[in-house]
Design a protein around this ligand. Structure first.
Ligand code: GUN
Length: 282
């Protein structure tokens, strides 16, 4: 019988801890922890994410600084805004919601965020430190996965971990975190040969592909831990993951559902990173 990994429960527990740490920070510093969120344009998915991030801040005693710029914003305008947030002593973390409109130079904008305020963990410095297994701010989604695996008491050391997907936001940092935790890690992607065989060798299988129900039972080893990072919509508009949950679940020792698995942890880890960034500034 498989065990469902309840992302909402893990998230609620962590948010309780975050709230206490935020209160302690305010007692010590005389100000609230601050997270600045920058949204350029009107991508509907981004608007939902940003709204949820702002709401989560309020619930945990973190002050949010919402910055909305129109789709027509120029490179100079966005850069000026980010620079002002970098210099704002009340802002501990800066998050520029991606993707940015196509006319903007994303790399130039992201590179303005200093390592200590990079609560997304996307900067070259934070990614480099992760690679070197040094203390850093870690990308929220893969960090959330690690938190859940650890809290569930799932052994990682010496296990075969397979990550499907090599994005900079999820796949790569996920692989690094698993490697740093002493797993033997394989990263698969669209050009991988023998994908099914590799996946079947996984004690821990992380799907971060972006294709609905991509992982089926024939790709899963008996007793595997299956983590589904996917957020897709099927033809009826219903949310579904990268894993065919109904097909796969009976093979697993543990599995994350969609929704209610990895998703709730992503925002929680953003709050967590913001608290860490603030505490380090004291
Ligand atoms: N767009 C999709 N996911 C993310 C994320 O985790 N951070 C930011 N900044 N943008 C995103």
């Amino acid at each position: 019988m498989y065990k469902l990994i309840d992302g909402k429960a893990h998230s609620a527990r962590l948010r309780g801890e975050i709230k206490l740490r935020a209160e302690k920070f305010t007692e010590k510093s005389g100000r609230k922890i601050g997270l600045a969120v920058v949204l350029v344009g009107d991508n509907p998915a981004s608007q939902v994410y940003v709204r949820n991030k702002i709401k989560a801040c309020e619930e945990t005693g973190i002050k949010s600084f919402a910055n909305f710029l129109p789709e027509s914003a120029t490179q100079a305008q966005v850069e000026e805004l980010v620079k002002s947030l970098v210099n704002d002593a009340n802002v501990d973390g800066i998050l520029v919601q991606l993707p940015l409109p196509a006319h903007l130079d994303e790399k130039a904008i992201m590179s303005l965020i200093p390592v200590e305020k990079d609560v997304d963990g996307f900067s070259e410095q934070n990614m480099g430190r992760l690679c070197l297994n040094e203390k850093c701010l870690v990308a929220c989604t893969p960090n959330g996965v690690m938190q859940m695996l650890r809290a569930e008491g799932i052994e990682i050391r010496g296990k075969n971990a397979v990550v499907i997907g090599r994005s900079n936001i999820v796949g790569k940092p996920m692989a690094m975190l698993l490697l740093n935790a002493d797993a033997t890690v394989t990263v698969c992607h669209s050009k991988t040969a023998n994908l099914k065989e590799i996946c079947r060798s996984a004690d821990i299988l992380v799907a971060a592909i972006g294709r609905a129900k991509f992982v089926t039972a024939d790709m899963v080893k008996d007793g595997a831990v299956v983590v589904d990072v996917g957020i897709n919509r099927n033809s009826e508009g219903k949310l579904c993951g990268d894993v065919d949950f109904e097909d796969v679940k009976c093979r697993c020792s543990y599995i994350t559902p969609v929704p209610g698995g990895v998703g709730p942890m992503t925002i929680t880890m953003l709050l967590y990173n913001t608290v860490c960034a603030a505490e380090r500034s004291l």
